[in-house]
Structure formats: structure tokens, C-alpha cells
Design a protein around this ligand. Structure first.
Ligand code: NAD
Length: 316
């Protein structure tokens, strides 16, 4: 395994991180026993970074991860989140930050988190996030319950804004630096470099688009993106390379990233993904994928509310 520094935290994260959202059955039904085997096999393979949230499977992912980490907690860097509790259920208040953290610690069977994230901040008011949510998270840090603070979300402008307005350690971005979209490189990486923040790149498989099983029904991407994803899967199949291996390798090769966070539910998926570590993307495969993706490259979808605070937007 390769390890990379997370900004100025001094933490060395495994280049491949274990995303635990699918442990909550978010993508397809999953077995708790198989999830437990996958988590333990991942630690044995040198993966030391695990990300989860109360939202994933409405607490199921945290409970399953907590169970799987029994006796192994000290070997890993554990990240969970606050503020998002359902598809349309958010609470960015200081009080809920504190109670949610206690609930996460209990489910995860630990007394502290290494990383703590305000989850999907584009759904909150950015003033509240900066003036109430993040200070409440700071207080949890001062109490020794969490070590480093970050935010996550989809719109890169929102993440850049929060990074500039508050003393963060890192940012988690998703679906913005993979075979379908590389906007993170121009829209967030320069800000992270300037501020010395760690940058975690989640969803290298574009939330299931770049898998043999295809995306879940709820996937928010425009139909043309999903269609291009199917072409990429077919191109990799013809080439004899698992699409997950190729897609993960692409994300690992992108500059400036602390860890690439991929969601996994089984030892089989884990093994395919670990193959990316020694794999080199053949230029002809990359070119064929590039041609299939070109019409939809960097296409996005809407997420969250309007934010008058963002530069270039008139106040509402
Ligand atoms: P992903 O792109 O990592 O894709 C996950 C899907 O691919 C799952 O269905 C998984 O079972 C499948 N998969 C993984 N490896 C496979 C393989 N080798 N073969 C076949 N299928 C395979 O998307 P993700 O899980 O949403 O993102 C990774 C992690 O990043 C999440 O689990 C979560 O921890 C984090 N994340 C955070 C946010 C946020 O904070 N807003 C958003 C997205 C993701």
C-alpha cells in the first residue's frame, strides 16, 4: 500500500480509502458478515482510512463498521460526519452536531473520531455552517472527541468557499476527479494547495457508474452520462481489464490527492480494487475511454440550495 499525507495534519492515509456508504445497503443489499470480512481484509492489506456517516443506510453503515472494527480500531484512521440524517433531513445546529457525534461514537464503538466532517454542506445555509456548525465541531475537537475537521459536498464552489471562510484541515469532494469528470483539478485543488488543506477524492467509480453492475436507480447524473459510463464499462470489458481497476488507477494517478475513497462491500471488490495499485493504464485504453466520455466530460448535476454568499452570485 502507498500512503499519502493529509494536508498539514501529519496523518498518512492509505492511497486507497475504504468508503463505507455501501455497507448501509445504499447501492444494493449487502450482507453484514461479508462487509465485516471486507473491512478486516482491507486492514490486513494496509488500508488504514475508513469513511462513514450517520446518513448511510440511516445508521446501518456506522453500526456495521463499528462491529467490524472491534479489536482493530487502533490500526485505522476513522472518519464520520454530522448534519445529514436522511435524503431530505439536515440539521446544521450546534446542538445536533454534539448529540450526533455522541451517537456516532456509540455506534462505532470508539471514544474519538480521527476525522469529522460537516456532511453535504450545500444543503445548509453557508453562514450557519461557518458561524455555528464548524465552531461546534471545533469544541468537540477541544474536548478530545475528534482530531481533525473537514467539510464534504458536491458543488466545488461551495467547498472552496467553506475552505476559505473557516480553519479546516481537509475537504472531501466526490464525483469530481475520475474518468467522467476532473473539475476538481482546476476548481478545488489550487485552493487546497494555497491553504495547505488535505483533499480526499471520493467516488472514483462515479457512484457505481463505472462498474459491471451499473449505477443505482437513484443516481443523479444526466442520462447521457450514464450512457457514456456504459460505453466505458464495455470498452474495459473488451480490453480484458476490470473497469473498477482502470477507473481507480486513473483517480490514483491524478495529482494532489491525499486518498481516493472507494465504496466496497465484499472481499471480491476489495481484491479487484487493490489490483489498481500495481496496474498501469495502457494509453490506448485511456484514449478509447476518453473518446467515449468526451461528449459528457465534466457534466454535472444540481445539488443543494442557492447560496447568495458565493462569489459572482447576487444576494437573494
Ligand atoms: P464509488 O464510486 O466508490 O462506487 C461504489 C459502488 O461501486 C458500490 O456499489 C460498490 O459496491 C461498487 N464497487 C466498488 N468496487 C467494485 C468492484 N471492484 N467491482 C464492482 N463493483 C464495485 O461511490 P461511493 O461509495 O459513493 O463513494 C466512495 C465513498 O466516499 C463512500 O462510500 C463514502 O464513504 C464517501 N462519499 C462521501 C460523500 C459525501 O461526503 N458527500 C459522497 C460520496 C461518497
Amino acid at each position: 500500500m502507498e500512503y499519502r499525507l493529509l494536508g498539514r495534519t501529519g496523518l498518512q492515509l492509505s492511497a486507497i480509502g475504504f468508503g463505507a456508504a455501501p455497507l448501509g445497503g445504499v447501492y444494493h443489499p449487502t450482507s453484514g458478515a461479508e462487509a465485516c470480512r471486507a473491512v478486516r481484509a482491507a486492514i490486513d492489506a494496509g488500508i488504514n482510512f475508513f469513511d462513514v456517516a450517520p446518513y448511510y443506510g440511516l445508521t446501518l453503515a456506522e453500526s456495521r463498521l463499528g462491529e467490524a472494527l472491534e479489536g482493530r480500531r487502533g490500526e485505522i484512521i476513522l472518519c464520520s460526519k454530522c448534519c445529514r440524517f436522511g435524503l431530505d433531513e439536515f440539521d446544521f445546529s450546534a446542538r445536533r452536531v454534539a448529540t450526533s457525534l455522541e451517537e456516532s461514537l456509540a455506534r462505532l464503538r470508539t471514544d474519538h473520531l480521527d476525522l469529522f466532517i460537516a456532511h453535504d454542506i450545500e444543503f445548509g445555509g453557508l453562514r450557519q455552517v461557518v458561524e455555528e456548525t464548524l465552531p461546534a465541531m471545533q469544541r468537540a475537537r477541544e474536548a478530545g472527541k475528534v482530531r481533525y475537521l473537514g467539510v464534504s459536498g458536491y458543488p466545488l464552489g461551495v467547498l472552496a468557499y467553506a475552505a476559505r471562510q473557516s480553519p479546516l484541515d481537509f475537504v472531501l469532494s466526490y464525483c469530481h476527479d475520475n474518468l467522467m469528470n476532473t473539475r476538481l483539478q482546476s476548481e478545488l485543488l489550487p485552493v487546497a494547495r494555497e491553504l495547505g488543506l488535505g483533499l480526499i477524492n471520493a467516488s472514483p467509480l462515479h457512484m457505481g457508474v463505472l462498474t459491471e453492475g451499473g449505477p443505482p436507480e437513484w443516481h443523479p447524473a444526466p442520462a447521457a452520462v450514464l450512457e457514456a459510463g456504459r460505453k466505458v464499462v464495455e470498452i474495459c470489458r473488451r480490453h480484458g481489464t476490470p473497469v473498477a481497476t482502470a477507473a481507480l488507477r486513473f483517480a490514483l494517478d491524478e495529482p494532489g490527492l491525499s486518498s481516493v475513497l472507494v465504496g466496497m462491500t465484499s472481499v471480491e471488490e476489495l481484491e479487484t480494487n487493490l489490483r489498481a495499485l500495481d496496474y498501469r493504464l495502457p494509453p490506448e485504453l485511456l484514449e478509447a475511454i476518453g473518446r467515449a466520455v468526451a461528449p459528457v466530460r465534466d457534466l454535472e448535476w444540481a445539488s443543494g440550495r442557492e447560496h447568495p454568499e458565493l462569489p459572482g452570485r447576487p444576494p437573494a
